[in-house]
Design a protein around this ligand. Structure first.
Ligand SMILES: Nc1nc2c(c(=O)[nH]1)N=C([C@H](O)[C@H](O)COP(=O)(O)OP(=O)(O)OP(=O)(O)O)CN2
Length: 282
């Protein structure tokens, strides 16, 4: 038996419900190992097939979904055909979500962590493997980040892919500079402000009474609605693409005394993002 490995086969950019943290955005890097006999090509599985089969299953299941702990005591979940509705009591307050069912991954767990997502994915990935593969080892890890980062959840209603889903998210590093010098204090301040944040688009905010913010829109996959505590939210003026997020950070409007110049390198999950600069005032 020989073992084949692929490091960082893909990244799962998702959101999940957590009893303490509320709605959490996450980016898990997926590594895989396949153990089996060699096929007629002297391979455990052609790397091309690994991508076609395994990455595809992951991209079409947990990736860009809201992952729900089915056994959690605070969860009330109703799935009727192609529509799903849920409410979830967290220490941060009540979260409600209504969407097409494909926007949810329902895991047989009382809390969501990397192990619960591996257990969710394991049978789905195993079902697309050829018979010569005896064992599948999936592991999820977070990107190593030495500086500041935040976890955010958002939805891009105009996106024609899975990013249209109102509750998917990322774990993202942030670089903020002035005159080419990183500013760890500013980076830490933003990371603290955006620890487990929902980045909402003001146009999608349909109600903000009673301490809750409710967002709703119709996208190509159907109708999406999300309500969560106002303290869990930052509302941005436009779409929450990483380009707009970088511009918003560079605008300095989150700082009491914004410096005249700010250079921002904002990430969306792992190894990709956008750069924006605040122009130097005259
Ligand atoms: N220019 C931009 N493109 C995209 C943005 C964006 O902000 N600016 N955002 C998204 C989505 O929010 C999405 O979450 C990013 O997902 P990503 O993993 O990059 O997309 P894929 O799943 O298609 O890529 P994989 O390599 O398969 O993971 C999309 N685009």
């Amino acid at each position: 038996m020989t073992s084949l490995f692929v490091e960082q086969l893909t990244v799962i950019d998702c959101a999940y419900l957590d009893a303490t943290r509320g709605l959490v955005g996450e980016s898990w890097i997926v590594d895989i190992e396949l153990i089996g006999d060699l096929d007629e090509q002297s391979m455990v599985l052609d790397f091309g097939e690994v991508k076609r089969r395994i990455k595809k299953v992951i991209d079409q299941s947990a990736d860009h979904t809201l992952i729900v702990p089915q056994q959690a005591s605070g969860l009330s979940l109703h799935q009727a055909g192609e529509r799903s509705s849920l409410s979830f009591r967290s220490a941060r307050g009540l979260i409600e979500h209504h969407s097409p069912s494909i926007a949810l991954s329902v895991a047989d767990a009382d809390r969501i962590d990397a192990a619960a997502v591996v257990a969710y994915l394991q049978p789905r990935v195993a079902s697309v493997l050829p018979p010569n593969v005896d064992e599948l080892r999936l592991s999820l890890r977070s990107e190593r980040i030495d500086g500041a980062f935040y976890h955010y959840v958002h939805g891009l209603k105009k996106h024609d892919g899975h990013c249209q889903r109102i509750a998917h998210g990322h774990r993202s590093r942030i670089h903020i500079g002035i005159g080419g010098q990183r500013q760890p204090t500013l980076e830490a301040a933003l990371a603290q402000r955006w620890a487990d944040i929902y980045l909402g688009t003001i146009d999608d905010l349909v109600d903000s009474s009673g301490g809750q913010c409710r967002y709703a829109y119709t996208a190509a996959e159907g109708r999406f609605e999300l309500a969560l505590p106002a303290a869990h939210v930052e509302n941005l003026p436009g779409d929450t693409t990483v380009e707009r997020i970088a511009e918003w950070i560079a605008s300095g409007r989150w700082l009491p005394d914004a410096p005249a110049a700010l250079e921002v390198r904002a990430y969306e999950g792992v190894m990709k993002g956008a750069i924006a600069r605040r122009p130097i005032a005259a």
